[in-house]
Write a protein that binds this ligand. Structure first.
Ligand SMILES: CC(=O)N[C@H]1[C@@H](OP(=O)(O)OP(=O)(O)OC[C@H]2O[C@@H](n3ccc(=O)[nH]c3=O)[C@H](O)[C@@H]2O)O[C@H](CO)[C@@H](O)[C@@H]1O[C@H](C)C(=O)N[C@@H](C)C(=O)N[C@H](CCC(=O)O)C(=O)O
Ligand SMILES: Nc1ncnc2c1ncn2[C@@H]1O[C@H](COP(=O)(O)OP(=O)(O)OP(=O)(O)O)[C@@H](O)[C@H]1O
Length: 496
């Protein structure tokens, strides 16, 4: 069966504008910079460019069929299809092109302003412990067995998504877990997929601005859209918007989880923060409808990681993971750049991706609960991005840390000193103590060299990133590596 007909069996609909749709296709393309002879090309209107404008040159470049979603000049010799939405069409065609691989996997989609990366990693960890080979897609890239590659987006474009699902099937995976961003939903990167499980972690104002969402209402609308394309919904009963999302959901079954003693199907009882020799993390009893209480150890600190772990345990329990996998699967979980502990004594350094006020506040609050002698935060803010983050992060640093060391992040095309001045202004209003060390490496070295027993140092904002972007150039820079170097300089090999 030809591509178009295969896609039609799963709901792809189009109007034939000219030519014949009954053609063999050699490739499916959506970017003229990666055109292949004999392909079907999906034209899309984007934030910067409208590839419908390329129609006149497509036939000459060997394109067989073009898919469009609005009026444009029609060149001769090219089959042109008209669809309601090109991005949705690309997703439906991609699924067909790769043989509908998502249907051969148990698919789990995680959405939320915060916690997507952490929760998806935890789910993979437990499922693999339970003997279910699981592919992973998200901000940290695509991981299938030992193979890993980076992705441009948290939720990749649909073509790359279905390509990854097909690779997972090929590699013998039975499950796929992925992060689904609101942009991914809005731009139909997951269009046409019906996930087996959809998970909602939380929502707070973020991703609002040019090229993202027009308002919080729009952001919420698109987050909620996941629950119109999954069979089972698992939602955080502690979030203020959960019931609204459930009200608009079309799932066959809804489950709730709560770490804050709200009515829910899954909960965490007796939560405590543990900082023992070789283990810094959380302990609690996992309560679920069909099991007796199960003691769980999560080897990653942070109050919010109780939410992430509970969501992961709940979905894995629904999928059928056994007691052993649930109880011990998260004991030694490590997530690149998320609450990574670089050293346990005599002081603790934590590298974390917190890069907005909400996650910075949650991070500093939760570290406070471990009772540090002093809490020091090393951070900066990105250049050429909304300035609001500088003011709000500065305020949180001033209010919640004993000392803020303000430094560079990805300054892009702005002067680091100007960004630091914006942050300084709001720290000063709080009366909090601060230092300015514009060079990020020097700032981290300073923090480590001056740390005293019992201190906690949080190096935040860049997490897993392996670069620092300055004036359009990405220089190699990994916070965790620099922390290790600083510890080595202070203590020699054994403490790093
Ligand atoms: C603003 C935005 O969302 N942009 C995304 C969008 O790009 P675009 O379609 O707007 O790009 P465009 O340059 O206008 O091009 C339009 C069309 O013309 C094609 N084209 C373009 C140029 C050309 O010469 N020839 C050509 O054919 C393009 O392939 C595209 O099909 O579609 C691309 C493919 O899916 C995305 O990679 C790109 O994400 C950019 C990189 C981005 O930063 N997006 C952010 C907002 C985002 O999506 N973030 C979320 C995470 C949010 C979270 O942390 O929760 C994510 O999922 O990553
Ligand atoms: N459930 C949570 N609630 C609030 N903050 C969280 C939660 N989980 C993690 N965080 C904080 O947010 C940061 C980002 O976490 P994570 O990468 O798991 O979330 P994400 O949804 O993938 O985020 P992003 O969209 O920013 O990549 C962490 O480094 C941590 O500081």
């Amino acid at each position: 069966m030809k591509l178009i007909q295969r896609a039609e069996t799963k709901g792809f609909r189009y109007e034939l504008i000219q030519g014949s749709a009954d053609k063999e296709i050699t490739a499916l393309c959506y970017d003229s910079r990666e055109l292949r002879e004999g392909c079907l090309f999906v034209c899309m209107r984007g934030a910067n460019f409208d590839s419908h404008s390329l129609l006149p040159s497509l036939a000459a470049a060997g394109v067989q069929i073009a898919v469009t979603d609005h009026d444009c000049a029609l060149p001769e010799g090219l089959t042109v299809l008209r669809v309601a939405d090109s991005r949705e069409a690309l997703s439906q065609l991609s699924a067909a092109w790769f043989g509908f691989p998502a249907e051969k996997l148990t698919t789990i989609a995680v959405t939320g302003t915060k916690g997507k990366t952490s929760t998806t990693h935890m789910i993979r960890e437990i499922l693999e412990r339970a003997g279910r080979k699981t592919g992973l897609i998200g901000t940290n890239g695509i991981t299938i067995g030992d193979c890993h590659r980076e992705t441009k987006n948290t939720t990749p474009e649909s073509y790359h998504l279905h390509e990854a699902f097909a690779e997972m099937v090929e590699a013998g995976c039975s499950c796929a877990v992925m992060e689904v961003s609101s942009q991914g939903l809005m731009l139909h990167r997951t269009g046409g997929i019906c996930f087996d499980y959809g998970i909602f972690m939380n929502i707070s104002p973020d991703h609002i601005g040019p090229n993202e969402h027009a308002s919080f209402e729009e952001y919420l609308h698109w987050k909620a859209a996941l629950f119109r394309q999954c069979r089972v919904g698992l939602l955080n009963a502690d979030d203020a918007h959960t019931e609204e999302i459930i009200g608009n959901a079309s799932c066959e079954k809804i489950w709730r989880f709560s770490t804050e003693h709200r009515p829910a199907d899954f909960s965490a009882a007796g939560l405590r923060y543990a900082a023992e020799e070789g283990f810094v993390g959380l302990c609690f009893d996992f309560l679920s409808p069909e099991r007796e209480a199960l003691p769980v150890r999560v080897g990653i600190p942070g109050r919010f990681n109780a939410d992430n772990a509970l969501a992961a345990l709940a979905v894995c329990s629904l999928i059928g993971a056994g007691r052993e996998a649930l109880s011990t699967g998260l004991q030694s979980v490590r997530i690149n750049g998320r609450m990574e502990i670089a050293n346990a004594a005599p002081f603790t350094v934590i590298v974390d991706y917190a890069h907005n006020a909400v996650s910075m506040e949650a991070l500093l609050d939760t570290l406070r609960e471990y009772g540090p002698r002093r809490l020091v935060v090393v951070f900066g803010c990105g250049g050429n991005r909304a300035k609001e983050r500088r003011y709000s992060m500065g305020e949180i640093g001033g209010r919640k840390a004993d000392l803020s060391i303000i430094t560079a992040d990805n300054s892009r095309f702005e002067r680091v000193e100007d960004i630091i001045a914006d942050i300084r202004g709001s720290i000063e209003k709080t009366g909090g103590a601060y230092l300015e060390i514009p060079d990020r490496r020097e700032a981290i070295f300073y923090a480590v060299e001056h740390a005293e027993p019992g201190d906690m140092i949080a190096v935040i904002g860049k997490g897993h990133e392996d670069y620092q972007e300055i004036e359009g150039v990405r220089h190699h820079f990994v916070d965790r590596e620099v922390v290790d170097e600083a510890l080595k300089r202070r203590y020699g090999e054994k403490k790093s």
